[in-house]
Design a protein around this ligand. Structure first.
Ligand SMILES: Nc1ncnc2c1ncn2[C@@H]1O[C@H](COP(=O)(O)OP(=O)(O)OP(=O)(O)O)[C@@H](O)[C@H]1O
Ligand SMILES: [Mg+2]
Length: 238
């Protein structure tokens, strides 16, 4: 699914927190690519991601999905997962199965898919545990497995590896790359981990103070002369 964000503005009361204007007023997300959104705290990354995912309204501007406004059908093909996911007070297994149950997928297919995801994310040993009582990392892995269960076309991820141990980070990155490669999954990921952005993304967007200062390849961002971006990168040496 091709996604376009045109001249998006978001204001809370009188405070403008997102203003896509200037050179990068029109962001285009091509299908089947992995995009990274980076930038300092409070720069508007989550606000932009939630607007794109159709979770919060924009104050002005235009979002297009395959050249159309957001429809219910489009919503069913996209999913959003954050670093502090909301899970149901049921088992890990049931949380991952939920998107398939509401889509009336056949029981055997649900079992096969959920078992595959439990193994892939190394959650099988704790699959019967109540998801309300998980560690931060276990919750994030469960949420991500749930997000992938119904094979969405677009995955919006807000710092999905914020509390995750190094081995699990690689498991998650491999899961994303695999689905991107085999299923043409589009991923738009916010991360504070620049090396992760470089491992995963073919395109990066840099946000600062509600504006997009850069949109281009990882190689292009390393070559930029913008002092704000260079300062940000200098704290992210790897
Ligand atoms: N519901 C809200 N009401 C008022 N202001 C808000 C609201 N949500 C976000 N903001 C403000 O919008 C700005 C951008 O917030 P946002 O969460 O998009 O930043 P971010 O780039 O995701 O930051 P971080 O890296 O810390 O997650 C911040 O100044 C924040 O205080
Ligand atoms: Mg955020």
């Amino acid at each position: 699914m091709k996604i376009e964000a045109k001249e998006i503005v978001k204001t809370y009361q009188d405070k403008s927190v997102l203003t896509l204007k200037g050179t990068h007023h029109h962001l285009v997300f091509e299908p089947g690519k992995i995009y990274g959104i980076i930038g300092p705290n409070g720069s508007g990354k989550t606000t932009l991601l939630k607007i794109m995912a159709g979770l919060i309204p924009m104050s002005s501007g235009n979002m297009l999905y395959n050249n159309q406004s957001l429809t219910h059908q489009t919503m069913t093909e996209m999913t959003y997962s954050s670093h502090s996911p909301t899970l149901f007070s049921r088992s890990i297994y049931e949380n991952i199965a939920y998107p398939l149950r509401i889509r009336k997928v056949d029981k055997q297919m649900i079992d096969d898919t959920v078992n595959g995801l439990l193994a892939e994310f190394e959650l099988n040993k704790i699959q019967t545990q109540n998801a309300k009582h998980l560690s931060g990392g276990e919750s994030q892995k469960t949420a991500l497995a749930r997000a992938l269960s119904f094979s969405p076309k677009v995955l919006f991820l807000d710092e999905p590896t914020a509390n995750i141990d190094p081995k699990s980070i690689r498991i998650i990155e491999s899961a994303l790359k695999k689905r991107n490669h085999h299923d043409n999954l589009t991923v738009i990921i916010i991360t504070h981990n620049l090396s992760q952005a470089f491992r995963l993304c073919s395109h990066l967007i840099f946000m600062d103070q509600g504006q997009c200062l850069f949109s281009g390849t990882p190689e292009e961002i390393m070559a930029t002369s913008d002092p704000i971006i260079n300062d940000f990168i200098s704290y992210n040496r790897f």
